[in-house]
Design a protein. Structure first.
Length: 140
């Protein structure tokens, strides 16, 4: 994608997330509660991650079709993120044995999350460069 198109995609994500977080999240979280929100909306991630690579195949068609599917996948992904990330933070904070160690529990959880977001892509791309033929191919 061209940088301008990536910018459009990020703007769509931001706008959709803002609307979901301000308008829809409080009502649904109030009805379901933290744990049910986490469980229910975590189920949105596997289909999104399974369908996302197929967007390359769809992108060979017209631009409007591609953008339609990108927006649908992004909306599903953003919906999952809007509901699961706050729920996971609340559930983690509820695990604190005492309010005096709440900051430590929260800090460890955030540090662990950041560490795995850092090393995840490294391990996901590691296999691509392990064979000699791929090293030659990618060095050209």
């Amino acid at each position: 994608m061209a940088p301008q198109n990536v910018g459009y995609t990020m703007a769509i994500m931001g706008f959709a997330g803002l609307i979901l977080q301000i308008v829809i999240y409080p009502n649904i979280h109030g009805r379901l509660g933290t744990l049910k929100c986490y469980r229910a909306f975590s189920l949105l991630f596997p289909p999104v991650y399974a369908v996302s690579p197929c967007l390359v195949i769809i992108s060979e068609k017209t631009g409007a079709t591609t953008w339609f599917y990108i927006i649908i996948v992004l909306l599903i992904h953003i919906t999952g993120r809007i509901f699961t990330i706050p729920a996971s933070i609340m559930l983690l904070n509820n695990c604190s044995p005492h309010h005096s160690v709440l900051g430590v529990v929260h800090g460890i959880g955030q540090s662990t999350s950041a560490a795995f977001r850092t090393i995840g892509p490294i391990f996901a791309g590691y296999r691509k460069y392990t064979s000699a033929s791929s090293l030659i191919y990618y060095s050209l």
